[in-house]
Design a protein around this ligand. Structure first.
Ligand code: GDP
Length: 313
């Protein structure tokens, strides 16, 4: 990638898109194109196609998506499948129609069958039934992989899909009904500490295992693979280590300094029992996650203190 290349980051206001923009800027890329939601509605096919035709970026990162935690995925099921399919179709077909050869599209580790062997290898895709709480989102993200694969096969494009594990970091969502577990626990531990509460409520049994990666590690993977001109099959991007939700909550309360106990709320769903990615393919290409969980949580907490905490009651 030439430093003057025109690079469009779709979804630059989100946690992933903003991390990619930060990483590109720090690497000396100057010609970064972004649009707010008000300026460009990614659900509007005509608007997206016109924009891509007019701007003709050299590279495209698709970090735009409707995302959320277990409760939000399970409640807004129609919105998750519809919006994600539309965003992918509009941007991927629009990129092809505008003659854009290079793009990276982001998915999620929830594309894999609920009960597949761990750590999860890329080849387990479509080998069994999906977890029900996020099936609509997963189906849309699988469609994204298949769009890229088949545009490459039919049209010779270089469209790459990456499947990151559970992400966290600056720019995350802290609204408790929509957020993922890590930001939810940060906010709950912070509030419980301020209010001198006895316990922090953790949803589910605390037993599911998850892998957590700081978003800056993903941004580095995206830019490195684009710079390398990687044009192979889709890749898992993760740390290669997981822990239980209970262990995660214990890490979070240590960083935040909450002294109380954990209280499990079994009325909330556990979701898939384990999600740990096999990241040997990405590692073999020269990328490895670098940010330790505790350092990452501390970084996310500072961002929370600066941007979210002042607005809370
Ligand atoms: P998932 O990875 O798609 O299941 O999404 P989440 O990040 O939302 O949830 C991961 C796990 O953390 C699930 O087992 C949740 O039940 C559990 N969990 C525990 N406390 C919370 C919480 O406060 N919010 C969320 N979103 N999940 C929680």
């Amino acid at each position: 990638m030439n430093k003057a290349a025109k690079i469009y980051v779709a979804g630059n206001r989100g946690m992933v898109g903003s991390a990619i923009v930060r990483f590109l800027r720090s690497g000396g890329y100057e010609n970064i194109l972004t649009r707010t939601h008000a300026e460009l509605d990614l659900l509007n096919q005509e608007a997206v196609h016109q924009f891509l035709q007019a701007e003709k970026p050299d590279y495209l990162f698709i970090a735009a998506a409707k995302v959320g935690g277990i409760q939000s995925n399970n409640t807004y099921r129609a919105d998750f499948i519809y919006q994600n399919l539309m965003i992918e179709c509009n941007l991927i077909h629009g990129a092809y129609a505008a003659g854009i050869h290079h793009l990276i599209s982001l998915g999620s580790s929830c594309i894999y069958p609920r009960d597949c062997p761990q750590p999860i290898k890329e080849e387990y895709l479509l080998s069994g039934p999906l977890e029900q709480t996020n099936e609509p989102y997963a189906i849309a993200k699988i469609a994204g992989i298949k769009l890229c694969e088949n545009y490459n096969r039919q049209y010779g494009t270089h469209y790459v899909s990456l499947m990151p594990t559970n992400l966290y970091g600056p720019g995350d969502t802290y609204d408790l009904n929509n957020s993922h577990v890590l930001p939810a626990l940060i906010r709950k531990a912070h509030e419980a500490k301020l209010r001198n509460e006895k316990a922090l409520v953790v949803w589910g049994s605390g037993r599911p295992r998850r892998e957590f990666m700081h978003v800056d590690d993903l941004a580095r993977a995206c830019v490195m693979l684009m710079e390398q001109g990687y044009n192979g099959p889709f890749l898992n991007i993760g740390t290669g280590t997981d822990l239980t939700i209970r262990e995660l909550a214990e890490e979070v309360i240590k960083v935040i300094g909450f002294q109380g106990d954990l209280q499990l709320d079994s009325s909330k769903p556990d979701g898939t029992p384990q999600k740990l990615l096999d990241v040997s393919k990405a590692n073999a290409l020269g990328w490895k996650a670098q940010i330790e969980l505790r350092t990452g949580i501390a970084n996310a907490y500072s961002w929370f203190l600066e941007h979210i905490a002042p607005g809370l009651k």
